[in-house]
Write a protein that binds this ligand. Structure first.
Ligand SMILES: NC(=O)c1ccc[n+]([C@@H]2O[C@H](COP(=O)([O-])OP(=O)(O)OC[C@H]3O[C@@H](n4cnc5c(N)ncnc54)[C@H](OP(=O)(O)O)[C@@H]3O)[C@@H](O)[C@H]2O)c1
Length: 249
C-alpha cells in the first residue's frame, strides 16, 4: 500500500465532480489511501451513489467517511458559501482538486455567446472562484496544494472545440501565474492535462449507479486513457507536488 502512506499525509481534500470516470476513480484512490474527502457535485443522486460505492469497498477502520456537498461550480455566487461551510467544518483544506468541467462541440458560428459564457463560468470562473475562496486559509497556514484537472486542449486548439479550448487555455494561464505567486507560501499548484479520457457514460449500463459503478471501473477500455491512469497521475502529482502532468505515465 505505497499510496496509502503518501495519501495519509492528506487530511482533507476537495474534489469536483462526480461519477464520470475521472473523479469517481480519483475518489476511490484517495479514499482508499486514507484521505478525508469532501465531494462536491451538482447532482445529489450521483454524490450519494459514489459515497455508497466508496464506503462499500473500503475498510472503515482505515478510511474516513466522505462529506458530500451540493455545488454547481458555474453558480459563482454560491461558491464562497460552500468554501466557508467546508472551512468551518474542517478548519482547512490541504488539497483542492478542481475537476468539474463542461464540454461542448460545434462550429464557432453555431455556438451561442450565452453558451460560450456558460463554458467559461464552469471551466474557468468556477475553479478560479473556489481557489480564491480557499487560498487565504492556505496562505495563512503556509501550506496547501491546488490541482487543476485540465486538458491538452488548454495547450492546443482543434476545430469545433473553441469554447472548451478557450476556457481550458484561460484556466491553465491563471493557474500557471498562481503557481509563481504561491511559491513563497509553499503552496503548490499543479495542472494535469490529459488527452482523451475514456468516459464511462459513453457506454451506459442498465441498473442503478451503485450496482454498476465498480463494475465499470474495471471494465476493458478500448481506446483513450483509462480513468485509473488519470487518477494515478493525480495521485503522483499530489505526492510529488509536480507542476504538470499529462494524465498518463
Ligand atoms: N474525458 C476526456 O476525454 C477528457 C480529456 C481531457 C481532459 N479532461 C478533463 O478531465 C476532467 C474530468 O473529465 P471527465 O471526462 O472525467 O468528466 P466528464 O465526463 O466530462 O464529467 C464532467 C463532470 O463535471 C461535472 N460538471 C459539469 N458541469 C458542472 C457544474 N456546473 N458544476 C458541478 N459539476 C459540473 C459533471 O457533472 P454531472 O454529471 O452532474 O453533469 C460531470 O460529473 C475535466 O476537467 C475534463 O475537462 C477530460
Amino acid at each position: 500500500m505505497k499510496g496509502r502512506v503518501c495519501v495519509r499525509k492528506v487530511s482533507l481534500q476537495l474534489m469536483f465532480h462526480l461519477i464520470c470516470g475521472t473523479v469517481a476513480e480519483c475518489s476511490r484512490v484517495f479514499h482508499a489511501g486514507g484521505a478525508r474527502l469532501v465531494l462536491c457535485g451538482r447532482t445529489w443522486e450521483k454524490l450519494e451513489a459514489l459515497y455508497d460505492a466508496l464506503i462499500s469497498v473500503a475498510d472503515p477502520s482505515m478510511t474516513y467517511t466522505p462529506k458530500l456537498i451540493l455545488l454547481d461550480i458555474s453558480d459563482i455566487d454560491c461558491i464562497q458559501d460552500v468554501a466557508r461551510e467546508i472551512l468551518d467544518c474542517y478548519g482547512c483544506v490541504d488539497v483542492l482538486i478542481n475537476n468539474a468541467s463542461m464540454k461542448v462541440k460545434g462550429a464557432v458560428q453555431s455556438i451561442s455567446l450565452e453558451l460560450d459564457k456558460k463554458i467559461m463560468d464552469a471551466n474557468y470562473f468556477g475553479p478560479v472562484t473556489l481557489t480564491k475562496a480557499i487560498l487565504p486559509n492556505m496562505i495563512s497556514r503556509r501550506t496547501g496544494q491546488i490541482v487543476l484537472i485540465n486538458s491538452i486542449q488548454g495547450k492546443i486548439g482543434i476545430p469545433f472545440r473553441a469554447a472548451y479550448a478557450a476556457s481550458k487555455h484561460a484556466a491553465v494561464g491563471f493557474f500557471d501565474c498562481l503557481r509563481a505567486e504561491m511559491e513563497e507560501f509553499d503552496i503548490s499548484v499543479s495542472t494535469v492535462n490529459p488527452t482523451f479520457i475514456y468516459s464511462y457514460h459513453h457506454q451506459p449500463v442498465s441498473g442503478n449507479w451503485e450496482a454498476s459503478i465498480w463494475k465499470l471501473f474495471f471494465r476493458k477500455v478500448e481506446y483513450g486513457v483509462h480513468p485509473v491512469e488519470v487518477a494515478e497521475e493525480v495521485l503522483r502529482t499530489v505526492n510529488s507536488k509536480k507542476q504538470e502532468g499529462l494524465g498518463k505515465r
